[in-house]
Design a protein around this ligand. Structure first.
Ligand code: CA
Length: 342
């Protein structure tokens, strides 16, 4: 008889009330929505926006982050650029989804503010160390910057109260059949984070594909009457036009803004505890999030002649809370409310 361990439903109360955050991002159209949501949320103290390579090269993402910080009305926010490449792999960007400028080919003026001179990885280390246990991180892109910070400074892991990530999927990928884009881009970095011991919340395709941007949302943004909502309206309109050109009528998954919203209000999703590991060796599956919900935690059988255990752990020790269901109307109410509030 299989011995099933129960899954734990995690209530919103389990979240610490930390409001100081670093946002790590690869902007990216949906990153832009997420940044605007955060910047327009007064309960968040955004200590920095750090840019990583992913959807677009970090040299393209950096001015996009600066633009959003400016449009979102917090031009004093430090913006820093970090990794230009994944830890070990060649960068494979996602222009097909985000356009050549990363913002759906919507023309935005050049930002008038400048990035800080400190590298993103150093900035993350410094900000976390200045307030141990206080600074949470919301990641909207590949996990390269965070992995580099942890490699340089392993003690950082016990000083970060929570990382809320957009990434992964327990129900198939969007870049390969196995992998979601952020973890496909840098599986080795994701592996570092999932083995770090930091309390993790994974907001993956299981829920982000169910919070879909529709025409009514875009109209509400376009008519919102604030710079942030008008910018979001332009981005949303470009996405809807892209969907039409592709013959799709079901809108777009709001990946990154949903992760940001979950940090602000975890009751938007249902969270379940899993032990999740990242596949890094598969030719077809690198970046896959492999989730266990019962013990023993078994790994693949060793090659013939190799003496090695097939069991990693006899006991299930969850390392991540995975979002498995979403209240999409509640998410859009938060997003549109913040973008359009005067
Ligand atoms: Ca992103």
């Amino acid at each position: 008889m299989r011995f099933l361990f129960s899954l734990f439903l995690v209530s919103a109360m389990a979240f610490s009330q930390t409001r100081e955050i670093i946002i790590d991002t690869d902007p990216g159209v949906d990153d832009a929505f997420a940044l605007l949501l955060a910047l327009r949320s007064p309960e968040l103290e955004i200590l920095a926006v750090t840019v990583v390579a992913g959807n677009v090269p970090s040299s393209v993402g950096l001015p996009n982050a600066l633009r959003m910080v400016e449009i979102g009305g917090r031009p004093q926010t430090p913006v820093a650029v970090g990794a230009a490449q994944p830890l070990t792999r060649r960068a494979v960007h996602a222009y097909y989804a985000h356009g050549s400028n990363g913002l759906g080919d919507v023309p935005f003026p050049e930002p008038s503010i400048k990035p800080v001179s400190e590298n993103a990885v150093e900035l993350i280390r410094r900000l976390v160390r200045e307030k141990p246990g206080k600074v949470s991180i919301v990641t909207l892109g590949p996990l390269t910057n965070i992995a580099l910070a942890l490699r340089a400074d392993p003690d950082l892991a016990r000083m970060i109260p929570r990382v809320v990530m957009m990434g992964g999927s327990l129900s198939g990928g969007n870049t390969t059949p196995s992998a979601e884009f952020n973890f496909y881009f840098d599986p080795e970095a994701a592996h570092v984070i999932f083995h770090s011991g930091i309390p993790l919340v994974m907001v993956g395709l299981d829920v982000t594909q169910k919070a879909r941007l529709q025409e009514e949302h875009v109209r509400a943004m376009e008519n919102g009457g604030t710079p942030a909502s008008e910018a979001a309206g332009k981005l949303g309109r470009s996405w809807m036009n892209r969907a039409k050109a592709m013959g799709r009528t079901d809108g777009f998954g709001m990946h990154d803004p949903l992760a940001m919203a979950v940090f602000m209000d975890p009751s938007i999703v249902t969270l379940k505890k899993y032990y999740v590991d990242i596949e890094t060796t598969g030719e077809l599956t690198a970046g896959e999030t492999v989730a266990w919900q019962s013990a023993p935690v078994r790994i693949s059988a060793p090659p013939d002649g190799v003496t090695q255990s097939e069991v990693r752990a006899q006991k299930l020790e969850p390392n991540v809370e995975v979002a498995v269901a979403v209240d999409s109307p509640k998410f859009f109410q938060l997003l549109l409310g913040r973008l359009t509030s005067k």
